[in-house]
Structures are given as structure tokens and as C-alpha cells.
Design a protein around this ligand. Structure first.
Ligand SMILES: [Fe+2]
Length: 370
């Protein structure tokens, strides 16, 4: 079995904190410290590097040739002293993942990564992996070989902390839309058949969310070091930490989307790092929904800067190919990302999740389905 880097790869396959489902996030087992802290990380925490720019991007989806061409087209020179945060969903195949990360590592001095759901799909891997955690270990091996970082580290004055996560359906706390025929999650969400899990893990309860959250325990000491030494901290995940980082259900073509996007454990964990009330230097980068987002909530800045699918970029107000990757830090956290339709909408309009009157474009869509 392949052994991954930094993150506790052996523990992934051996069963770290999975446990049966049901219930809310608060019912998880006591966290277990899985591995000793990598020495390399402690050294990085103590050693100050010169200030550097930090860029962020998610959802590269380089199985699309246009997206791989976008990565290949990134300047070889412009980012040579910078760091890049890649917030998951790089590619569906290990081969495309490795090619993409190599291109990025050739362009950026440091590259950080956490896995997204598409990264762990098995449907095109020709039986190479027994289950998706085995593929995760293989991807972490690729990262180790290329020098891509998957553990907390300090870059200049910034601590960068990857947070492993998976979604659970009880993350959705808002009123369901009724009166239209919404396809079931099983039929809409390809993860349910494109990923495979050990018997005790399921996407239908909280077991996967707990399993992935427990992978972060190995970094407890290195995170403490960063909290003591770094002037700014950027945490990042693939999945969504709060439901108010997604449009209300009535705005969505698939109103049940919030059931397959986020984890309460993630928000809990990042608040432990940044503080319950956040602080001006606190930032969390996420991905997954492909909605560009930049907002401050309860003292933490939350940013999503997705490349997304080519068809989505064409629909987007200001594309994305030109302003990505987004520079999130340049001596301090940078000015707000523009082109974020939904986070701009919610700065002007109060969220009203009890209103389930469909937005006109959603109503039209379901009328056409009849
Ligand atoms: Fe994605």
C-alpha cells in the first residue's frame, strides 16, 4: 500500500475515526492524535522566510483540456517567488492530477493542496485503487515526489494550514424547497458511485465527515507552532464551512445542493485555529460549489476563487481565466475579490432561508422539466 506525505496516510487506510453514521456532528468520538508531528514542519514554523505573495485557486478540473491549457498558460516567471493554495478538485485521474501539480510546481515556489471529491473518484482509474482513501494516499505520494505541501507550514509571515474535510447531509439546516420534483441526491451527486469507501464509511451519514476531520489531528502541534509564530493565518479546505457561503435554496437549480457541500466540523476546526470571533488577519479559502465568494463573517474572511468548468466560466459575469489565480496575500490580506456575484448579493440583501419562493430562473427551469 502506498504511503502518503505529511498527512497521516497510513491511518487513512487503517481506519481513523470513521464510525457509524446518523446524528449530528457533535456526536463524534473523542479526537485521537494519530501521528507524531513531522520534524520538517516544526523547522519550517521556526524559520522566517522573506515576505511572499500567496495566491489561491480551487476546482481546476484539468480533465477538461481547456482547463489544463489554462494551467499550462500560467506564466513561468511571474509566480516564481510566490505560494499557491490549491483548494481541491484538481482532476479526476491520478495521471491528470500529477501532470497538473507538476505544471504548478514548475511555476510557483511553493504549492499547497487539500483533496476535493473529484480527486478521489475512481471511475476512470481502471481498478488501480480498492477505495478512495487508497487513492488519496497515492495522490499524497505524488505531492511528496513533486514537493507539493499537504501539511501546515509558514511562508514568510503567513501560516498556511490545509484542512481535510468531507460533507455530511446534516450540514443543511435550512428549510427545504417544496412543490417541485427535485431529483434525489443519489442520482444527482456522482460522488455516490464514483467514490468507493470502506464498509464503515458512508456519504449518507456523518462518518466520512468525521473520518476526514480526524485527519487534521496529526497537525495539532504544528498548528500551535504557527499560531505562536505567524502574523497571518490562512486555512483552506475544499468543502464549505458554513451554509451562508452558499446561495439560498430557492436560488439554486438544484435546491438540495447544501446537503452535499459542507461540514460543521470544518467550521468548528477553523474557529479553533482563528479564534471564535476571528481576527483581522484570519482568512479561510474554500472551493467545491464553483461560486466565487469573498466575504467577512464573524471576524474571518472567507474566499472561494474557482476556475470551475469551461461552460461555467462562459456564464460568469467576468469569466475567471484572467483574474485567477487570486492573490490573497501580499504583505497583508489583499483587497476584496471582485466578480463575486453571490457574496456581493448577500452584502446588499439579507439572507432569508425561510423564503422558499423559487427565484424566476429556477421556476422557469422546473416548468420546462414538466
Ligand atoms: Fe469542483
Amino acid at each position: 500500500m502506498a504511503v502518503g506525505l505529511g498527512a497521516p496516510s497510513r491511518s487513512f487506510a487503517a481506519g481513523s475515526g470513521g464510525g457509524g453514521g446518523g446524528g449530528g456532528a457533535g456526536r463524534r468520538k473523542k479526537k485521537v492524535f494519530l501521528h507524531s508531528v513531522p520534524t520538517r514542519c516544526l523547522i519550517q514554523c521556526r524559520t522566517r522566510e522573506p515576505a511572499t505573495k500567496v495566491y489561491a485557486v480551487s476546482d481546476l478540473h484539468t480533465d477538461y483540456s481547456e482547463n489544463m491549457a489554462w494551467v499550462r498558460g500560467l506564466s513561468i516567471d511571474s509566480y516564481a517567488s510566490s505560494a499557491l493554495i490549491v483548494a481541491g478538485d484538481v482532476a479526476e485521474t491520478r495521471e491528470n492530477f500529477a501532470a497538473t501539480m507538476k505544471l504548478l510546481k514548475d511555476r510557483f515556489r511553493r504549492v499547497f493542496f487539500v483533496p476535493g471529491n473529484h480527486d478521489l473518484w475512481l471511475r476512470k482509474e481502471k481498478g488501480l485503487f480498492l477505495h478512495s482513501l487508497e487513492k488519496l494516499n497515492a495522490l499524497l505520494d505524488v505531492c511528496r515526489e513533486l514537493g507539493v505541501e499537504t501539511s501546515p507550514a509558514v511562508v514568510g509571515d503567513v501560516g498556511i494550514i490545509p484542512l481535510y474535510s468531507w460533507y455530511h447531509q446534516s450540514f443543511d439546516k435550512e428549510k427545504d424547497v417544496s412543490g417541485i420534483r427535485i431529483p434525489s441526491i443519489d442520482t444527482v451527486c456522482k460522488d455516490f458511485y464514483a467514490c468507493k469507501w470502506r464498509q464503515e464509511l458512508s456519504p449518507k451519514d456523518t462518518s466520512l465527515a468525521i473520518c476526514f476531520d480526524s485527519m487534521n489531528e496529526v497537525h495539532r502541534d504544528s498548528i500551535e507552532q504557527i499560531q505562536q509564530n505567524a502574523l497571518h493565518i490562512i486555512t483552506f479546505s475544499h468543502f464549505v464551512p458554513r451554509q451562508d457561503l452558499c446561495p439560498e435554496k430557492r436560488m439554486l437549480f438544484y435546491p438540495n445542493l447544501p446537503k452535499i457541500i459542507g461540514s460543521d466540523l470544518l467550521e468548528e476546526r477553523l474557529r479553533l485555529i482563528h479564534g471564535a470571533n476571528g481576527q483581522p488577519s484570519a482568512c479561510h479559502v474554500f472551493g467545491h460549489t464553483h461560486f466565487s465568494w469573498d466575504v467577512e463573517l464573524d471576524g474571518i474572511r472567507y474566499v472561494q476563487a474557482p476556475l470551475a468548468y469551461p461552460r461555467e466560466r462562459k456564464r460568469r459575469m467576468n469569466g475567471g481565466a484572467e483574474w485567477l489565480p487570486f492573490c490573497i496575500y501580499d504583505g497583508a490580506l489583499t483587497a476584496r475579490l471582485t466578480s463575486c456575484r453571490w457574496s456581493e448579493y448577500y452584502t446588499l440583501n439579507k439572507r432569508d432561508p425561510n423564503n422558499i419562493d423559487l427565484a424566476p430562473w429556477v421556476a422557469r427551469f422546473y416548468q420546462q422539466q414538466r
